[in-house]
Design a protein around this ligand. Structure first.
Ligand SMILES: Cc1ncc(COP(=O)(O)O)c(C=O)c1O
Length: 374
């Protein structure tokens, strides 16, 4: 038996995505920069993918740049804003993904920026009044870097509200949308954001590919040098089949959005209801109206907690203790830390996809009960 409830870490490839990628692995292998027919063919496929993605977010294809995923997109938005846009002040939050926190901390440490952490409310959501205060007091050109949904506790950002504040106080806005792209609609012609980040592997696309949207009024230069690819914005031969897979995964996700999101919400609600009813002392580390793909459960203090994830793993159940990217390490989560949960309690993140079934959820709850109460 194997039950995969770690979809916020990464997802299984959709077989339809594999089908779309295969011809580009087997037959269409020309370098997109080559001028011969094989190269022109793959160049055209990349440009079709770019156009399709731009259409989904109502932006121009010239504002979409393929990257190796979310980490690179986040680094690009932040580092290049400082280097090329004259940003000297960054406002972010302590529970961003490390691709953001470590990047802004490195820039602050080297004296290139002043760094402000926005206050968080007890559930981890942004204190908008404090954000406004920081913006009102800002010194010099400022970048706000806040994630759309937290990958561990699923708390959501009011992206429109932050966008409005950034417009009002003339700040740049980078939003790490890695956990929400393909799970929520996003119309960038309606909400002003300068940069968003995307990773295909979070929505049944391939690993190692994503994109950054760079608004045409935030003219940055490349982070990676050495070639004219991506219209001189990102050097290196394109991840051709990755890009094809990314576009296909996005197309499928948005075509199926209503059905998929309703279905996943029903899995999450069912699991939350059963856990709450059947395990005394359970708390949720995620708001009920947070990211619907994530249910972060706080188990009350118990000596069994240390072995909880291990025992789930033995039972063939994949879940996560902290952030996806640091699962496997036993460093405490910088996100759960802000929730001030009692010591010795354990946080387990269950995260869902369209490939999970209600039977799987019931099996997992039964197993969790056995481990925790048994
Ligand atoms: C919110 C968030 N940002 C960035 C990343 C990094 O993305 P990638 O793994 O594509 O580098 C992740 C991945 O876990 C994430 O959840």
């Amino acid at each position: 038996m194997h039950i995969y409830l770690d979809n916020a870490a990464t997802t299984a490839l959709d077989p339809k995505v594999v089908d779309a990628m295969l011809p580009f692995m087997q037959h269409h292998y020309g370098n997109p920069s080559s001028i011969h027919a094989l190269g022109r063919e793959t160049r055209a496929a990349i440009e079709r993918a770019r156009k399709q993605i731009a259409g989904i977010f109502h932006v121009s294809p010239g504002e979409i740049f393929f990257t190796s995923g979310g980490t690179e997109a986040n680094n690009m938005a932040i580092q290049c804003s400082v280097r090329d846009l004259g940003v000297t002040h960054i406002i972010s939050s302590s529970i961003e993904h490390h691709a953001v926190t470590h990047t802004v901390e490195a820039l602050a440490k080297s004296g290139q920026i002043q760094l402000s952490w926005v206050h968080l409310l007890p559930d981890g959501s942004v204190d908008y009044a404090h954000l406004e205060q920081l913006l009102a007091e800002k010194k010099g050109k400022t970048l706000v870097s806040l994630m759309h949904a937290n990958n561990e506790i699923g708390v959501l950002l009011d992206i429109q509200r932050v966008s409005n504040l950034c417009i009002q106080y003339e700040a740049y806005f980078h939003c790490d949308t890695v956990q929400t792209i393909a799970h929520y609609p996003l119309d960038l012609s309606q909400v002003k954001v300068h940069f968003i980040s995307c990773a295909a592997h979070k929505f049944h696309g391939p690993k190692g590919v994503g994109f950054i949207y760079i608004s045409s009024d935030a003219q940055i230069k490349p982070l990676i040098h050495g070639g004219a690819q991506e219209r001189n914005m990102r050097a290196g031969t394109e991840n051709l089949y990755g890009i094809i897979g990314l576009a296909k995964a996005l197309e499928l996700a948005y075509a199926e959005l209503d059905t998929t999101s309703t279905y996943i919400r029903s899995l999450r609600t069912h699991m939350a209801n059963r856990l709450e009813k059947e395990i005394p002392g359970i708390l949720f580390n995620c708001p009920a109206d947070g990211l619907y793909t994530v249910l972060n459960v706080n188990f009350p203090p118990s000596e069994k907690n240390d072995m909880l994830l291990f025992n789930l793993d033995i039972a063939g159940i994949a879940a996560s203790g902290g952030s996806a990217c640091s699962s496997g390490s036993n460093v405490g989560s910088h996100v759960i830390a802000v929730l001030n949960r009692p010591e010795q309690s354990a946080a387990v993140r269950f995260s869902f996809s369209k490939f999970n079934t209600m039977e799987e959820i019931d099996t997992v709850v039964d197993k969790v009960k056995e481990i925790v109460l048994g």
